[in-house]
Design a protein around this ligand. Structure first.
Ligand code: ADP
Length: 234
């Protein structure tokens, strides 16, 4: 790595092969990546190209068949039992269908990762409320997901992804379930999070946001677009 440069994701010759009976599928076929912080990156490409596989490898949800990947300074090849710890602290995840707990309020959903990290919900509440204010939901902290719109639910999910202060956010089709106006607002928020201008105590923290999308408009809002085709970066 060059002096003064800090790539949050560095992958070299990443291969992921699936075996289905006798058949082998090369979902990723030799991918190199170098992504610094402070960027909103979109991954696009046709269905089956390997986008989700790549996102899952970056998030240590899956392991490569060969090749190496370093995320936020951690060599994922050495993680083994520490993978869940890595996922809890180093990366935040945002999903198409929000994945909120329906019986919990907005602030409790945001605080949940802290609870799973053996902190009490109460202790995490001030930070959770802070984050909800940051995403424009300061007046919705006690609402359940069913009492929120799709865009608001995705904002809660973005606040939740930030509570452990990860350097990297990974978003899988974050606008896939939203209308275009609501989706745009969510994309603007992700862009602000990447650039460190989302305006709270954590302001100035530049993060890497990596989003998989098949929405061309969503990709256009990102700073950088990576096109994946047949398991390779095009
Ligand atoms: P994308 O996200 O671009 O649609 P994926 O990364 O989901 O593509 O999949 C890439 C390729 O790997 C596809 O051919 C898909 O069928 C295959 N694949 C993905 N997951 C599995 C799996 N668990 N078992 C077998 N094949 C898989």
């Amino acid at each position: 790595m060059a002096v003064g440069e800090h790539n949050l994701v560095e992958a070299v010759d990443l291969v992921r092969e699936y075996r289905l009976g006798q058949e082998r599928v090369r979902a990723l076929d030799g991918v190199d990546l170098a992504l610094p912080g402070g960027q909103f990156v979109s991954i696009v490409g046709p269905s089956g190209a390997g986008k989700s596989t790549l996102l899952h490898l970056i998030g240590a949800l899956d392991a490569p068949t060969s090749g190496s990947i370093r995320v936020d300074g951690v060599d994922l090849g050495t993680l083994d039992d520490a993978a869940s710890e890595f996922r809890r602290h180093r990366v935040g995840f945002i999903f198409q269908f929000f994945n909120l707990v329906p019986t919990m309020s907005a602030w409790e959903n945001v605080a949940l990762p802290a609870l799973l990290d053996s902190k009490s919900l109460r202790r995490a509440k001030p930070r959770a409320v802070d984050l909800l204010e940051q995403v424009g939901l300061g007046d919705r902290i006690d609402h359940r997901p069913s009492e929120l719109s799709g865009g608001q639910m995705q904002r809660v999910a973005i606040a939740r992804s930030l509570i452990m202060e990860p350097a990297i956010l990974l978003a899988d089709e974050p606008t896939g379930n939203l209308d275009s106006t609501t989706g745009d607002a969510v994309l603007q928020l992700l862009s602000q999070v990447a650039h460190g201008d989302s305006g709270d105590s954590g302001a100035g923290t530049r993060r890497l946001v990596v989003m998989v999308t098949h929405d061309e408009h969503a990709a256009a809002i990102a700073d950088t677009t990576i096109t994946v085709r047949d398991g390779k970066i095009a």
